[in-house]
Design a protein around this ligand. Structure first.
Ligand SMILES: [Zn+2]
Length: 172
């Protein structure tokens, strides 16, 4: 049974914070549609608060995150649902400065994990890139040319600066 228990020693602080959150909860009227018609694809980097950096709040935006803000099959799958069914008509792909995914090669991460943990991760593709702007250009193109995406959806890129909070519009 212990396998099914909730490990409070690891997650108890979350429930305590959530109890506070519930006291002023004000989003009960929201639906699952994106009120501002936006989907943002960004990195998992913990320095990025996607809603805050673009002045939005709960209910406004679909947020898709992964290592490096890469456009994967799963991102495309999610964007198809978001654009047809959840009111999304604009997509911002937003990688960031100082991203480890743009400063290492695939082999570096495999080696690091193998050396530190003795685990062979070579069956995984981490999708690192030394050319962040080139990768962003091809990821944007991947969305724009995806045949199943809804017609007329606007697609843009921007690079988020973790030192200043600025988004640099990507012209590529
Ligand atoms: Zn990153």
């Amino acid at each position: 049974m212990s396998n099914n228990s909730f490990p409070h020693e690891f997650f108890g602080d979350l429930l305590a914070a959530n109890a506070e959150y519930q006291k002023n909860f004000k989003y009960s009227e929201l639906t699952g549609s994106a009120a501002k018609g936006l989907a943002i694809v960004t990195c998992m980097d913990s320095r990025i608060n996607p809603l805050s950096v673009i002045g939005m709040k709960s209910g406004d935006v679909k947020i898709l995150r992964n290592a490096g803000a890469r456009v994967t099959e799963d991102v495309l799958r999610t964007l198809v649902l978001a654009t047809y069914l959840l009111n999304v008509n604009r997509i911002l792909v937003m990688p960031h400065t100082d991203c480890k995914m743009a400063e290492n090669d695939e082999a570096d991460f495999h080696k690091l994990i193998d050396e530190q943990y003795g685990v062979n991760t070579s069956s995984l593709e981490f999708r690192t890139t030394r050319d962040q702007r080139g990768a962003l250009a091809s990821d944007l193109n991947r969305i724009r040319s995806y045949p199943l995406l809804r017609e007329g959806v606007a697609v843009a890129g921007g690079i988020y600066d973790v030192k200043t909070g600025a988004i640099e519009p990507f012209e590529g």
